[in-house]
Unconditional design. Structure first.
Length: 187
């Protein structure tokens, strides 16, 4: 059981879950995404109850003039709003719009985490073998502690996702844990 607390300030980072699923490979991703939504919803509830920062790091879908409210509205108007509604940002949530893959690439996330005093990120979202993997690597090279919630990350290709989780564990020192092994301790 991993306890995530303020001793080394922890943030929950939700990757690319505010999504229209109108992209290539969406049909391959959707079954896995459906499985993780309730798990992420549980993580959200626990992190919020513990008073931990919740950060959404989300693609902008090529809408460079969009802000996070427009991205949320577009996802809710899409055919898979049922996957977005349980995970909506609340008034306390922070939102970083990303360009590609890593939650750190060309975003202010590193500065935001520093401002918040965060030294440990708990990653969940999609896609395990792409954005989650690259984000874990970028967190690792920034000397952040990384936990990846194995049953709260969605994949396109199961075999690549398994390999990505193993790479995160072995090569990046990430803790790869199931949701039931994570406890958020109040700040």
């Amino acid at each position: 059981m991993a306890h995530c607390s303020a001793e080394r300030q922890t943030a929950l980072v939700i990757i690319d879950m505010i999504n229209t699923y109108g992209h290539e490979d969406a049909e391959l991703l959707l079954p896995s995404a459906r499985k993780i939504v309730p798990v992420i919803a549980g993580l959200l509830t626990a992190a919020r109850a513990a008073g931990l920062p919740v950060i959404y790091a989300n693609d902008n879908f090529g809408q460079w003039r969009s802000h996070h409210g427009e991205i949320v509205d577009e996802a809710l108007a899409g055919p898979h709003a049922d996957l977005v509604e349980p995970l909506l940002p609340d008034a306390e949530a922070l939102f970083v719009v990303k360009a590609r893959h890593s939650i750190f690439y060309e975003t202010p996330l590193a500065y935001l985490l520093w401002e918040l005093g965060v030294h440990h990120v708990v990653l969940c979202g999609q896609v395990t073998e792409q954005c989650v993997l690259y984000s874990a690597l970028d967190a690792h090279i920034r000397h952040l502690d990384v936990t990846v919630v194995s049953d709260a990350v969605a994949h396109i290709y199961p075999q690549l996702a398994d390999a990505a989780l193993e790479m995160m564990r072995r090569n990046m020192g990430a803790r790869v844990l199931a949701r039931h092994d994570i406890t958020f301790t109040p700040r």
